[in-house]
Each structure stands twice: as C-alpha cells, then as structure tokens.
Design a protein around this ligand. Sequence first.
Ligand code: AFD
Ligand code: MN
Ligand code: MN
Length: 431
Amino acid sequence: MTFRISDDFVQSHNQSRVADLQSDFDALGSKLARNGVDIEALTLRAQGFAVATPSWGAGTGGTRFARFPGVGEPRNVFEKLDDCGTVNQLSQATPTVSLHFPWDKVSDAKELKQHADSWKLGFDAVNSNTFQNQPNQAESYKFGSLTNQSAAVRDLAVAHNIECIELGKALGSKALTVWVGDGGNFPGQLNLRGALERYLDSLKQIYQALPDDWQVFLEHKLFEPAFYTTVIADWGTSFACAQQLGDKAKCLVDLGHHAPNTNIEMIVARLVQFGKLAGFHFNDSKYGDDDLDSGSINPFQLFLIFNELVDAEIREGSSFNPAYMLDQSHNVTDPIESLMGSAIEVQRAFVQASLVDRDQLAAYQASNDVMMAARTLRRAFQTDVTPILDMARFRSGGAIDMINCYRESGYRQQKAEERPASKNASGSGIV
Ligand code: AFD
Ligand code: MN
Ligand code: MN
C-alpha cells in the first residue's frame, strides 16, 4: 500500500481553522449582500468549478540548461495519478487529469482507469508528443513531425496521434490536444506555405479518426523550439486550420504562448464569438512560455480572461463548456503545492469574474462612462474572495489551508521513501 493522506487528517487539520473561516465568510457575506450578491450561491458556484491537472506537471520540470530532480518524484503514470489525486483531495478543484503520450502510455488501460477511479479522478484531453523521438524510432522528428518534408515521418506522426485517440478512448477522454514544435530556425529553411499545407494534410487524417463525440484541440505557440517561424504560431493560424478541418476542431489557448503584452482576453472573446474556443492551458509568464503558476505574475489578466468566459456563459448558456486545464512546470517548488495553488488562483479569477455587475457594466458602456465601466471591473477584481474559496473547499471535503495541511501530512517524505529515483522514470518536465 502506498501512502495516502487520510480524510480524517484533513478534517482534523480543518478543525482549528473553521471558526476563523466562518467569521471571515460571514463578514464577506454581509458586505456582498449590500450589493445584492448572495454568498451562498457564489460558494456553490465555486464548488462546481473544475480544472484538469497535467500529468507532466507532477514531476519537476527542466530548464533549457539542466534538470534538478526533487525528492519523491513520480516515476510512472500511476504515481503521477497519486499526486494529482492528492492535489484534488486537498483542493477539491481538480477532478480530472490530462495525460501525455507516450510518457503515460500503459499496456493495460483498465488497470490505469481503476487506479484513477480509486482517486475519483477522470481524464480530460490527451496530448500527443511528436516533439521528441521515442527510443528506437524509425524516423526522426528533428526537422518536424506533422509538417515534415518526408511522407514517412508525417505518417509516423499521424499514426502516433491516432494511437493517442485509441488510448484516450479506453480511458474516457473526449479530446486530443495537438501541439507541434514544428517550424524553422532560419529564413529559407521552410517554405512557409508548404509547411502549413502539410500540417493541414496530416491533421485531416487525424480528424478522420476522431470518434463522433470527440474533439481535436489545436494548440498554438509563438516560438520555441523553432525560433524563426513556427507553423502554428498564433490564434489566427490556429483558427483558420480549425475552420478548414470542421466542427470538431477548436483552438486551445495556452496563456504562455503569446508575445508579451498580447491581449489574450480579446483572443478569447474572438474565439468564443466564432464558436472555436476549445479551452485553456492555464499558467503564467513574464517573458515567454515560462509555465509559472497561474496568477503568479499577472492575476488581472487571468481575471479579464474569466470576465470574457463568464460573459460567454451568460450568452451561450450550458452549451458553453470549454476545457480548463493547467499546464505548468516547476523547477524550484514542490509540484503538488504549485498545482494546488494554481488551481485555486484560476478558481479565484472565476469567482471574481462572477462578481462583476454585468447590468451596471453594460449601462456604463452604453453611456460611454469609461471611468465607471473600468471601476466596475476593478471592484470585482479587488474583492478578496478567499473566504469563498476556502469555504468551498471545506464544504467539499478539502483542506482550508492546503499547503500547510499537505506539509504537515508528511506526504512528500513518505514518497521520498516509497519512490527511490529511477533511471526508467517516464518523461515529463521537458515542456
Ligand atoms: C510544450 C508546449 C505546450 C504543450 C506542452 C505539452 O509548450 O505548452 O501543451 O508542451 O505538450 O512544451
Ligand atoms: Mn500548453
Ligand atoms: Mn507551453
């Protein structure tokens, strides 16, 4: 038996904190009530919020220069699920996991599914990986995968994506996320149009293999590892490809995949308007694809994105259901702590955006009262909704003080003993 934090431990940890939480919650409740906001309804809404954890985020990531493994890191997908299950146990906000193949490939999908069930975890979109060669691979992705000049390489990359769909089907996933690092490092290396034609050709074959109730998420990224031109570099290219492919193809927005200062909330609004928003890889960044914890650098941007999402929910109704996933990588923090923290910061933005007085905002917009419109958004953003988040977690059975609960449980120390470093550890952290 491997160590799990007991629910009793979580509840006893909560005991000494619940009275303070209740008084903070009551104080916020009366403040919100003055503005006609029902804190109970908002807390229920927070309890319904969910974001998927990335299996690869359970390990310590590398930098471009080195990787410094942490103690007790998961060595295979079962151990990654244990860590993701722990994140959900304490945060009560991450009931699904997004897998990455072939890193997470197993021969017995049933066994993996049972393991996930034991944690009450489901599976979100599965990710393919054609940005690195697998051991003994017949062809090389050095010069691209789905867009390679060689048909044999493209066939291999297409076959891998179709295999990911098969693996995902056995686990109950409903979407495939495709990110390719394909592109060129020097002018002249690639015929820019030719590369995109080959991409579309390959994607059409993958699209054909999608079951009726599946979707394919196209993930764009400005640069890296291709530094001069990336084939799917921006949301415009992603959108055009999704249009060409059909209804089951949509665009995935990773917050770190844009040029600095890009107005991501506007991209979100555009994709929503044209029915092509697949969902998100949430993270934060200062310069590039930094994969820092959500909300750690620019929480206002995260709030503004959720402001668009709440607006979309009101306009589109229950058919609006984008996939929320974290995509982050940790070099200097404990991955479990970072994942819990990110999940709650995304949930915070969701709750804050739910606080925006939309009638008032629309009226200020209609009368061109710019100052008051801006203040309407800022008032919601500046409301400290921590008691709502803590109460939502507490009522769902999670930990009021997640990080201290996790630390005091001794989970990582237990894992350090259970999981001596293995040379055969399945990959992660190259993201
Ligand atoms: C890559 C990309 C992208 C992708 C992730 C997992 O930057 O964020 O989602 O790895 O495939 O590094
Ligand atoms: Mn991503
Ligand atoms: Mn990335």
